[in-house]
Design a protein around this ligand. Structure first.
Ligand SMILES: *Cc1c(COP(=O)(O)O)cnc(C)c1O
Length: 478
């Protein structure tokens, strides 16, 4: 079936929850006052936010959001990298509504199961690469990575290799914000605020060519050297003590950092050589972002475990999962009780929404379209638009995800001394221009819904160009 925007069945905005009578009567000022009075936002300086006031998003449709002042905003980030099928799809709303009436909740502990989670597991096994046939469920990417640690530990216990405990991750990686997720992640500012960390987690450097390569190194040489830090780290602790390596195929929150092609094959070679499990955190990369169903397919490697969340339900309801390679699943299945689970593991409503979501991605050929049409178009358009721009150092990405590196001297890879401020400045120009584009330090990020059309891509890129131009002008560089 070919994909036509006019065929999409959308929910009627009038039925959406934001339009309850009480919500309709509140002004933006009312919303802000109540929000400031009672709501603590994630990753926010609440004092500063309450003084400036939040933007209140009241509805969404396709790739657009509307705020409480009636501004129409194009969402270049698919929410938080998750709304892969776009906003307002009736199939997902119907699936949730039907499932809530049929069986709103039942657990999957104590020898029970239910149809939605059975359907979802079978569908994931069909869509994931061949060796992934078993899935464990949770509610988020962070919980997925907690689960990964539990599975890795249990796996080595089943192999009677109890000394294998150390997990190697990367600086500037992002694996969520539970204690385990944030310990795995390499974000120093998060580590600073943690009461304690999970034991036996160590870090190597990231494959961030623009920011960290020596002059004279090619991207391929640099990526290979960064991968080889894994081997050095394994040897430092002894392979008999190292359980797993975890990485995002491309770093998302860290700035959409795409390693050169030499990176993942070398990581895989090292993991196999020293019998270290390879975990791909596919929370952003999964479900079509790069044009492949999973980002490890884009980079051509085969992990032992994959962490899933975000695009699994397109963010309509929370759900996370871990996919187990057959060789890991077999060991877990045949070796007694696995002492891990969450009240909402395999929640029936989330599962029903995930099934509806994955069917849309498959049957409307949305992932294929990212690979053959909108992805290449988006990448080309960005590269053409920012070629030789005075403050753009590189465009990284594939499919419908991209990082735009801001730099003081692009040619020599000289970054701004106050890169974070420059990124924030640029992000604020985007915001004022009704484009949602995120900044991580001095990199501007884009990750729009996968249903975006070419015209909508043009709109995003034009608005991004305006914001980057305004940033350069403010800095006196244009
Ligand atoms: C968002 C993210 C997570 C955490 O997922 P949550 O649902 O926020 O807990 C983990 N890993 C990656 C790569 C992510 O981007």
């Amino acid at each position: 079936m070919s994909y036509r925007t006019e065929d999409i069945a959308y929910v009627q905005p009038a039925q959406s929850a934001a339009n309850t009578p009480a919500a309709q009567q509140r002004t933006t000022a009312d919303f802000r006052a109540l929000d400031a009075a009672h709501h603590i936002h994630p990753f926010s300086d609440m004092g500063a936010l309450n003084r400036s006031g939040s933007r209140v998003i009241v509805k969404a449709h396709g790739v657009y959001l509307w705020d409480s002042d009636g501004n129409k905003i194009i969402d270049g980030m698919a929410g938080l990298w998750c709304v892969n099928v776009g906003y307002g799809r009736k199939e997902l709303a119907d699936a949730a509504y039907r499932q809530m009436q049929e069986l709103p909740y039942y657990n999957t502990f104590f020898k029970t199961t239910h149809p939605p989670i059975i359907e979802l597991s079978a569908l994931l096994a069909e869509l994931a690469p061949e060796p992934f046939n078993h899935f464990f469920y949770c509610n988020s990417g962070s919980e997925g990575n907690d689960t990964v640690l539990r599975i890795v530990h249990q796996y080595w216990a089943t192999q009677r290799r109890h000394s294998k405990k150390i997990v190697i991750a990367r600086r500037n990686g992002y694996h969520g914000s539970t204690i385990a997720g944030a310990t795995l992640g390499g974000m120093g500012y998060m580590h600073e605020q943690m009461p304690s960390k999970v034991e036996n987690i160590v870090h190597i450097d990231q494959p961030y060519f623009f920011g960290e390569a020596e002059s004279g190194q090619t991207p391929e040489e640099f990526a290979l050297a960064r991968a080889q830090q894994l081997e050095a780290k394994i040897l430092e602790f002894g392979a008999e003590n190292v359980a797993a390596f975890i990485g995002e195929p491309f770093q998302g929150a860290g700035g959409v950092i795409f390693p050169a092609s030499t990176y993942w094959p070398e990581i895989q070679r090292i993991c196999r050589k020293y019998d270290v499990l390879l975990v791909a955190d596919e929370v952003i990369g999964g479900f079509g972002r790069t044009g492949e169903w999973f980002a490890h397919q884009h980079f051509g490697f085969e992990p032992d475990l994959i962490t899933l969340a975000k695009g699994l339900t397109s963010g309509y309801v929370p759900m996370g999962a871990v996919g187990l390679h057959d060789r890991i699943a077999t060991a877990i299945i045949d070796n007694g009780e696995f002492n891990h689970g969450l009240t909402y593991s395999g929640h029936p409503v989330a599962a029903a929404v995930a099934v509806a979501n994955l069917r849309l991605l498959r049957d409307e050929k949305i992932v294929e379209r990212v690979k053959t049409d909108t992805g290449p178009y988006f990448q080309k358009k960005l590269r053409e638009t920012f070629a030789n721009h005075p403050v753009v150092g590189e465009i990284a990405g594939a499919g419908l995800v991209a990082g735009v590196q801001l730099a003081e001297q692009p040619a020599s890879r000289k970054r701004f001394a106050n890169g974070g401020d420059v990124g924030t400045l640029c992000r604020d120009f985007c915001f004022n221009g009704n484009l949602i584009m995120r900044a991580t330090g001095d990199r501007m990020l884009l990750s729009p819904p996968l249903v975006i059309s070419r015209e909508e891509i043009d709109e995003i890129v034009a608005k991004a160009k305006k914001a980057v131009d305004a940033t350069a002008r403010q800095l006196g560089l244009l």
